[in-house]
Write a protein that binds this ligand. Structure first.
Ligand code: NDP
Length: 256
């Protein structure tokens, strides 16, 4: 039941658009408090307003506090200073959703640019790991907490042209598994969600702004929506505290 989410503090990275923007609304509706993090303040502000409106419409007396933090998860120093940017009343995070990530280019191995390679690893892997490090200490001290990492089908099976992105998502998978085993004697939960194709701005980033190339990716199937994945995120978070959904692999019908 989503009642279990009442009063919880949920931090979502990449909450300004795409998949990450939607769970903000759903958690707010369920009475959670939120910290929404991404690089674009204007987009974060509009997600925050929508989350507050959803909370108000639900008529709950608990939750509904929403803070936004402009932060690049690939910026090591910024992540180290993150707690100072969170209002004190929201510093005890209960659920960390590591969602920020992207893919840049569909390049042959020999053509991959160093900068693109590093940028993908810095955000998708090191950013996710540093965010986890920041909160897992506190989770261990409080013997509670849930880390939900957004991996991908690309971390299970690599495709040609995705050498770096697939490798980052395989790293997310291994890291999540290792973390889960590390905290096995605690009440901390670790979930990795592996979506197939989701229609967001993601594919536009992949094709460096070429919208028609991006749209071709979805031909012949009905892609998942941000809402579909958001509902999975909220579902795993709302399971009874003795249940950990370790992995959730969610594909659109007709995606090979
Ligand atoms: P979008 O491009 O729509 O959204 C990505 C979000 O991440 C944006 O809100 C962006 O906001 C934020 N972001 C990107 N880099 C950083 C950073 N360095 N620091 C902080 N925030 C950042 O993509 P999706 O919603 O589709 O992607 C979300 C996650 O889902 C990613 O991890 C992706 O790999 C994964 N995924 C997506 C699939 C798809 O088909 N769409 C399939 C499987 C997995 P801002 O620009 O404001 O920082």
């Amino acid at each position: 039941s989503t009642q279990r989410l009442e009063g919880k503090v949920v931090l979502i990275t990449g909450a300004s658009s795409g998949i990450g923007a939607v769970p903000a609304i759903l958690f707010a509706k369920a009475g959670s408090n939120l910290i929404l993090l991404a690089r674009r303040q204007d987009a974060l502000t509009s997600v925050a307003s929508a989350a507050q409106a959803a909370h108000k419409a639900a008529g709950l007396t608990v939750g509904g506090k929403v803070a936004t933090v402009v932060l690049d998860v690939s910026d090591r120093e910024a992540v180290a200073g993150l707690l100072g940017k969170i209002p004190e009343e929201l510093r005890k995070v209960d659920i960390l959703v590591n969602n920020a990530g992207f893919v840049l280019g569909v390049d042959k191995i020999g053509d991959i640019k160093d900068d693109d390679m590093e940028a993908m690893f810095e955000t998708n892997v090191y950013g996710l790991i540093r965010m986890t490090q920041l909160f897992v200490k506190d989770f261990k001290a409080r013997n509670t907490g849930h880390i939900i990492n957004i991996g991908s089908v690309a971390g299970r099976e690599a495709y040609a042209g995705g050498g770096i992105y697939c490798a980052t998502k395989a790293a997310v998978r291994s890291f999540s598994q290792s973390l889960l085993r590390e905290v096995v004697d605690t009440k901390i939960r670790v979930t990795e969600i592996q979506p197939g194709l989701v229609e967001t701005g993601f594919s536009v980033v992949r094709f460096r702004g070429d919208k028609s190339a991006a749209d071709k990716v979805y031909e012949g199937l009905e892609p998942l929506t941000g809402k579909d994945v958001a509902e999975e995120i909220v579902w795993v978070a709302a399971r009874p505290s003795h249940i950990n959904i370790a992995e959730l692999f969610v594909m659109p019908v007709n995606q090979a």
